[in-house]
Write a protein that binds this ligand. Sequence first.
Ligand SMILES: NC(=O)c1ccc[n+]([C@@H]2O[C@H](COP(=O)([O-])OP(=O)(O)OC[C@H]3O[C@@H](n4cnc5c(N)ncnc54)[C@H](OP(=O)(O)O)[C@@H]3O)[C@@H](O)[C@H]2O)c1
Length: 287
Amino acid sequence: MPPAGRAVVITGTSTGLGEACALHLSRVGFHVLAGVRRPEDGERLRKAATGRLTPVVIDVTDEKSVQAAVYEVTGLVGEAGLWGLVNNAGIAVTAPLECVPSELMRHQLNVNVTGHLLMIQGFLPLLRAGAGRIVNVSSGLGNVAIPYLGAYAASQFAKEALSDALRRELAPQRIPVSVVQPGAVLTPLWDKMSDTGNRALESAPEPVQELYRGTFPRFMESNGSRARSSRTTPDHVARVVFRALVAERPRTRYGVGRDAIGSRVLARLLPDRAIDRILDGIVTPVR
Ligand SMILES: NC(=O)c1ccc[n+]([C@@H]2O[C@H](COP(=O)([O-])OP(=O)(O)OC[C@H]3O[C@@H](n4cnc5c(N)ncnc54)[C@H](OP(=O)(O)O)[C@@H]3O)[C@@H](O)[C@H]2O)c1
């Protein structure tokens, strides 16, 4: 069925991949219910959209906010229900695991995992009503856990597991679940990541900081240049999300970018120790 007028909820549309998805999906004819945390972001997005786009305030870590969004969307879509739910909102904590404060780890998992589950639980009745589907935006780091991105990778591995189990649980209800795994794409995520990483390292005791001073800043630098030189754009991701939303038989996983696809092949084909050797340079100080 063509998307014309059918409603799709997307979280985290204030910037980056979510913004690109919201604008692309509204352009091709969906009614986009764009999740934002601040009304002013929603207003800006609504003005930028060429098609139908209604901002909805959603903080995925706040049950009351999710419930209020479900209520609002139910009023907007009525009996037609939803064509799709795109769980895109996310944050990325980058720091040596030894330096990640527990509160920051909890927040990482809260936004990227529990938040997605809350959204899914809240919106499933509307997805059932609309014979809809779920698209979870994960990452190439849901395949291979890179040093200093352990907190983020843990959340993405969890999202992968959640998506696999959900796909199997919802198969009898004919609600497809797909994962979109982007590789590095330059978005505001990378600057936020760098700020959080530096703060986490600075909050560690001095002798601990000393252990990582020779490698972590270098990693952050190369990480940033990886994003800056990436050929994958937010629009590429938006087009793949669209494909996952309209495919007659949606795939379980869509990689976006050579790095994301490559990490999946690596994880499936190589033994752990071989991957350790490939990643070893990250944690080896230059002498
Ligand atoms: N960029 C990449 O290289 C890359 C690669 C692989 C996967 N991804 C994944 O793609 C998704 C989007 O990332 P991005 O690169 O577009 O990052 P981004 O520009 O930082 O966007 C993240 C979005 O998530 C929202 N968000 C954060 N916390 C939230 C919360 N508690 N409730 C609701 N929304 C919240 C942000 O809203 P505020 O503006 O209000 O904070 C923002 O709209 C993430 O899940 C990320 O893990 C990104």
